[in-house]
Design a protein around this ligand. Structure first.
Ligand code: ADE
Ligand code: ZN
Length: 310
């Protein structure tokens, strides 16, 4: 097994730190609706997934050019290297950018530039996963996926994210079939706020090789048995679950129960700029709150490598 950690559940747009928001706004001549950094930071208190997504998408207004995306990803890699990350499979949301007039090629050019430099500059083997924004129209998902293929975007997989409840995986069966036919890996957010049924659909209809979050799978014993039997990885993000109120507190996080059930769980950061920390912070937080042992942390690390698309 390689050294370090494999970070498998991080949205690159969710690594956009407040300081960089102000720097990019200045560079691009964008007037922010915040007085200053403190005013922006005061808005990082969320009631649920949607209240977070509203701010997450609004802040992306500062990302305009390939250079902006490259700077965003480079800043993330610098921080991830300090967290001990040596493999980073990160999501990006093409539709969040095309919907506001930024071309896919700007996004892909900037991110792939940073990916190319990640090994040399930070010792990180990085890879991109395009994610379908599930609360946008289904035909748009097909258009954007087609555009990624036309550009020859160096993606390793297709994901599914954004507002979960009311947007079941079944809507996206066809676009994921296309992705699989292209030889891409498939992963999907499911069972974060949505029901266990969405996890079943991600597996059976999308062909998901891993499930992002999946914490609500615990409500369905037959689903747990399936996930254990097939060793389907679940990429769990504890700080995110607490900040988006899927879980009441870190001390009540079901991670230990998931490990005890034999689920292939690993720990990740989701949107670290918004949820109070990167993958190392999540592991320290869990260690303090749940009393995770060194041996349990090693299991989580090993699971992260088993789940990587390598
Ligand atoms: N996009 C960014 N973070 C997300 C999350 N936690 N759930 C769904 N979509 C997201
Ligand atoms: Zn996520």
């Amino acid at each position: 097994m390689p050294e370090g950690l494999a970070e498998l559940h991080v949205h690159i747009e969710g690594t956009l730190e407040p300081e960089l928001i102000f720097i990019l706004a200045e560079r691009n001549g964008i007037a922010l609706p915040y007085r200053d950094l403190d005013d922006l930071r005061s808005r990082y208190a969320f009631d649920d997934l949607q209240s977070f997504l509203d701010l997450y998408y609004a802040n992306m207004a500062v990302l305009r050019t390939a250079e902006d995306f490259a700077d965003l990803a480079r800043a993330y890699f610098a921080r991830a290297a300090r967290a001990g990350v040596t493999r980073a499979e990160f999501f990006f949301d093409p539709q969040a950018h095309t919907a506001r007039g930024v071309a896919v090629h700007e996004v892909v050019a900037g991110l792939s530039d940073a990916v190319a430099g990640a090994r040399r500059e930070f010792g990180i083997d990085a890879a991109m996963i395009a994610s379908i924004v599930r609360d946008r129209p289904v035909p748009e998902a097909h258009e954007v996926f087609g555009e990624l293929l036309r550009l020859g975007a160096p993606i390793i997989g297709l994901g599914l994210d954004s507002a979960e409840v009311g947007y079941p995986p079944s809507l996206f069966e066809d676009v994921f079939a296309r992705a699989r036919a292209e030889g891409l890996h498939v992963t999907a957010h499911a069972g974060e706020e949505g029901p266990p049924e969405y996890v079943w659909q991600a597996l059976d209809l999308l062909g998901a090789e891993r499930i992002d979050h999946g914490i609500r799978s615990l409500e369905d014993p037959a689903l747990v048995a399936r996930l254990v039997d097939e060793r389907i990885p679940l990429t769990v993000c504890p700080f995110s679950n607490v900040r988006l109120r899927a879980v009441d507190s870190l001390a009540e996080h079901p991670l230990r129960r998931m490990l005890a059930e034999g689920l292939a769980v690993s720990v990740h950061s989701d949107d670290p700029a918004y949820f109070g920390g990167y993958v190392d912070d999540n592991l320290v937080g869990l260690t303090d709150a749940l009393g995770l042992t060194e041996a349990e942390r090693e299991v989580l690390r090993r699971n992260s490598w088993d789940a990587a698309f390598l």
